[in-house]
Design a protein around this ligand. Structure first.
Ligand SMILES: NC(=O)c1ccc[n+]([C@@H]2O[C@H](COP(=O)([O-])OP(=O)(O)OC[C@H]3O[C@@H](n4cnc5c(N)ncnc54)[C@H](O)[C@@H]3O)[C@@H](O)[C@H]2O)c1
Length: 338
């Protein structure tokens, strides 16, 4: 392992000059992570099947980047297990995708993670498995704590398949840690936003930004009173890097995000005001969007005590700045802010 012992401002060693595998590296969060790893002089191998990711998210000409296009199971057949670190971000993501394609969601999230855990175990490679606030399901215990109960709805409602599949990933990763000493870390991302995120799979902020830029109505699903906490991906990535190098996070789930709550209606107004748009705000019933019986969560907010004890705290990018960055990236059509 070539983990550089230089220390960042939070007294955590930095990943530097290492060989790093990133699954889902052409996706939204993954591509920002790949960029940060390349900036730190690492060699990065990306495995991505481009199902929701895009090649244009990556600087494909970078000489320290190897892109393997295909599914994890297919690509692991030909990749040597000689990495210093593995970040596992590949997944079927997004409420709309999950509701529309539950088989793909479950199979991708569980079977591919299982294969990757086995691969990482060959050399006991440190592995970060991306999880989600969706594992809390319908829990009403706010703020959500990592050792709190996970409360899922009926299996008749396919929405829960995403959270359940990610919870199973967590159990599997924990089992590899406990039984085989595999050093796993499990960040549970809350809503993460920023340039390159696309609204096509139901992500609310890019959906609002696209509407506001085009003078179209911003459509709020439900009555807009539901609350969420949004964190800029450029704040998320340094937290992930630090989680990977602190021993405190081994074998632990940890909430990652912001704990600043905003209602979805306030978010729509903020997007419209920030972008000086004349768009109207309209409302649409959840069942008209996702079908009968869809269950949404009223409020979701992380307890960040565990995160802060592991990686410290630092000032976050304000949400209005993120909205402007997303708008700039969409306006230039590259997915990158200019
Ligand atoms: N964005 C968020 O707000 C958020 C919140 C919670 C959790 N997460 C988790 O973070 C991770 C990254 O999410 P994202 O928002 O960047 O989504 P994304 O859809 O942009 O990224 C997922 C990437 O995985 C790739 N992929 C999917 N199936 C694959 C397979 N079988 N083999 C190889 N590649 C495959 C996709 O092409 C895509 O590039 C996911 O694990 C997701 O569950 C994201």
């Amino acid at each position: 392992m070539t983990l550089d012992q230089s220390i960042d401002s939070n007294n955590t060693p930095e990943i530097h000059s290492s060989s790093v595998l990133v699954t889902g590296g052409a996706g939204f969060i993954g591509s920002h992570l790949v960029e940060a790893l390349l900036d730190r002089g690492n060699h990065v191998t990306v495995i991505d099947d481009m199902s929701t990711g895009q090649q244009s998210n990556l600087q494909i000409e970078h000489d320290q980047l190897t892109l393997c296009t295909g599914t994890i199971s297919a690509q692991l057949e030909s990749v040597e297990p000689s990495f210093d670190f593995i970040f596992h971000l590949a997944a079927a993501v997004g409420v709309k995708l999950v509701v529309d394609e539950p088989i793909r969601t479950i199979e991708t999230n569980v079977l591919e993670t299982s294969k990757l855990l086995r691969f990482a175990s060959l050399n006991k490679t440190p592995l970060l498995v991306a999880s989600t606030s969706e594992v809390y399901g319908k829990s009403k215990a706010l703020p959500m704590q990592e050792d709190g109960n996970l409360v899922f709805g009926s299996t008749e409602k396919s929405r829960w398949s995403y959270g359940c599949s990610k919870a199973l990933d967590e159990h599997l990763a924990m089992a590899w840690f406990k039984r085989e000493n595999l050093p796993v870390r499990i960040p549970r991302f809350f809503n993460t936003i920023g340039p390159r995120q696309r609204g096509s799979w139901g992500m609310v902020v890019p959906r609002f930004v696209v509407a506001a830029l085009g003078g179209e109505p911003l459509v709020v699903y439900g009555d807009g009173s539901q609350t969420r906490c949004f964190c800029d991906v450029r704040d998320t990535v340094p937290m992930m890097l630090r989680l990977m190098t602190t021993n405190k996070s081994i074998g632990k789930a940890v909430n990652v995000g912001s704990d600043d709550s905003i209602t979805i209606l306030q978010l729509a107004e903020l997007v419209r005001d920030t972008l000086n748009s004349n768009s109207k705000i309209e409302f649409k019933a959840m069942h008209d969007v996702y079908g009968d019986g869809f269950e949404d969560l009223q409020d979701r907010q992380p307890d960040l005590t565990r995160l802060h004890s592991m990686v410290g705290t630092r000032e976050r990018i304000p949400i209005a700045k993120t909205i402007n960055s997303i708008a700039a990236s969409l306006a230039c059509g590259t997915g990158n802010e200019q």
